[in-house]
Design a protein around this ligand. Structure first.
Ligand code: SAM
Length: 206
């Protein structure tokens, strides 16, 4: 069983770097990693960062675990020391993390929840922003990508109404240093036009 070996221990959430066997310098969190390609690439190219990658969808978890270890070596294959998985609602993890503990937060192609009655399920939401602002350290980054026009308009509106994060205009091409994602590839193939935001947690006390 690979998952128990790589699952982030909730008991470590108040001191999250202690949940890693390497000696990472800072904590990163990815919400909704899907098949996990983006999270895996981040961890591989930034060994000094500790990444907790969150996903609730079992198929996504299986896809990630299947790539990390060969089928016949689930109990023994070495795992990335700077990657841990959270196989539950990411919001439950975020609520447990200490203030200013996250250096980078990643939200790549979140579910758009287009119906009005599902609005509350959108991850970019005024109700969740104070919690995200609490855990992202001043100067820390929050990357968001979306290909859904309704969600893009929603992100623009929500971000215009807050001052926790500085919000430059989004890029229309994936910026250098952002690994691709599986969902993004599908969106581009279908002719949709993603937007890519890179927010910075404001340094002034807000
Ligand atoms: C549209 S998919 C995008 C997956 C991946 N980021 C990509 O770009 O290929 C959104 C993913 O977020 C996951 N997700 C949604 N809400 C979540 C939450 N609260 N905690 C953890 N994962 C979540 C879903 O299960 C789904 O796999």
């Amino acid at each position: 069983m690979t998952l128990p070996r790589i699952r982030f221990d909730a008991g470590r959430a108040t001191e999250p770097l202690s949940g890693f066997s390497s000696e990472p310098h800072e904590l990163w969190v990815e919400v909704g990693f899907g098949g996990g390609e983006h999270a895996e690439a981040l961890a591989a190219t930034h060994p000094w960062a500790a990444l907790i990658a969150c996903e609730v969808f079992e198929n996504g978890l299986c896809s990630m675990l299947g790539r990390l270890v060969p089928e016949d070596a689930e109990d023994t294959a070495p795992l990335p020391e700077n990657l841990r998985l959270w196989d539950d609602d990411a919001r439950d993890l975020l609520r447990m993390l200490p203030d200013a503990s996250v250096a980078r937060l990643f939200l790549m192609f979140p579910d758009p929840w287009p119906k009005l009655r599902h609005l509350k399920r959108r991850f970019v939401h005024p109700a969740l922003l104070p919690e995200l602002a609490r855990i992202v350290r001043p100067g820390g980054l929050w990357r968001i990508a979306s290909d859904d026009p309704t969600y893009q308009a929603w992100v623009t509106e929500v971000l215009a109404g807050q001052n926790f994060f500085d919000v430059p205009p989004p890029a229309t091409e994936r910026p250098d240093g952002w690994p691709p994602t599986r969902y993004e590839a599908k969106a581009l193939k279908a002719g949709r036009a993603p937007l890519y935001w890179e927010l910075t947690r404001a340094t002034a006390a807000r």
